[in-house]
Write a new protein. Structure first.
Length: 301
């Protein structure tokens, strides 16, 4: 396990998933689905991925004082990550309702609950944790003001700050100057910049727009194609692994967690992207969110 600490601040959800032949259109009911319940939330997924893949992980989230929150905390503790700073809210724990079809496409509705109760004051209360981390990994399933404050504290302390801007939303311009690395997918970077990233040329223009705002490095994930790594003025394509995908639910989260683990171990950003790609390729071959996240021993580079 890496000695460098990876701190993940983000969401914790209980995922309720139905797998059916196809996704319903608005107003339609599709029968014949198979139900499963498990742990999820982008923050928790990324923390679990980083822990299982060999990272030294601390996770900060907010959960309700209910059975979903209690179960989530128990699961995180079983993983072996540091949960000493997990917070409690009077709001219910977050829940995600997920539909997945036989082509591994999914749609998700999230009731944020306690995740939406994370405040700037909560972040300030954990300032020491942030300042003592080597890598800070953030997403956007908690309030943006809290994400910005965490990124700023990390940046000012010399922490390597990583943002996975998902789900996509309007971000204040100031956050970009606090980021060491941002990892959007093609849809997210288009929403952030107004530039379509359907091909290498479009992605390059969108990345240039992000970097002009202050972010140093950018990785654009492109689903089954792979990812484009933009580092020190150079673009490098990292191809995906060709596998039989059955559920893409936590693939991006595994990628982010795996990438941070590799960086914490001293790998360069291209090697880290290759490790992240190998990790996410295993994730899509199993159903569920955290249930599908692989362990370090499973990774073949």
């Amino acid at each position: 396990m890496s000695e460098k600490k990876i701190l993940v601040i983000g969401s914790s959800n209980t995922d309720m998933t139905v797998v059916a032949d196809r996704l319903p259109v608005p107003g339609e009911t599709v029968l014949g689905g198979k139900f499963a319940m498990g742990q999820g939330g982008k923050g928790a997924n990324q923390a679990v991925a980083a822990q299982r893949l060999g990272g030294n992980v601390s996770f900060i989230c907010k959960i309700g004082r209910d059975i979903f929150g209690e179960n989530s905390l128990k699961e995180y503790q079983k993983e072996g990550m540091d949960t000493s700073k997990v917070m409690f809210s009077d709001q219910p724990s977050g829940v995600a309702l997920i539909s997945v079809d036989t082509h591994a496409e999914n749609c998700i509705v999230v009731a944020s609950g306690a995740n939406g109760d994370i405040t700037v004051e909560d972040i300030e209360a954990n300032r020491k944790e942030i300042e003592e981390a080597s890598i800070l990994l953030l997403q956007l399933e908690i309030p943006v003001e809290a994400v910005v404050r965490a990124a700023k504290i990390g940046h000012e302390a010399g922490v390597y700050v990583v943002l996975n801007p998902a789900p996509a939303c309007d971000l204040p311009e100031e956050i970009y100057q606090y980021l060491s690395l941002i990892i959007p997918n093609q849809t997210e970077i288009a929403l952030m910049t107004g530039i379509e990233a359907k091909d290498e040329e479009g992605a390059a223009k969108a990345v240039e727009a992000l970097q002009s705002k202050g972010t140093k490095d950018v990785i654009v994930t492109m689903g089954s194609k792979g990812s484009m790594v933009y580092h020190e003025g150079k673009a490098t394509f990292v191809p995906s692994r060709k596998v039989n995908a059955v559920d893409t639910t936590a693939a991006g989260d595994t990628y982010c967690g795996g990438l941070c683990v590799a960086l914490s171990e001293g790998k360069d950003i291209i090697e880290a992207a290759q490790f992240a790609t190998a990790s996410s390729a295993l994730t899509v071959q199993k159903r569920g969110a955290q249930d599908s996240i692989p362990y370090r021993k499973d990774i073949i580079l």
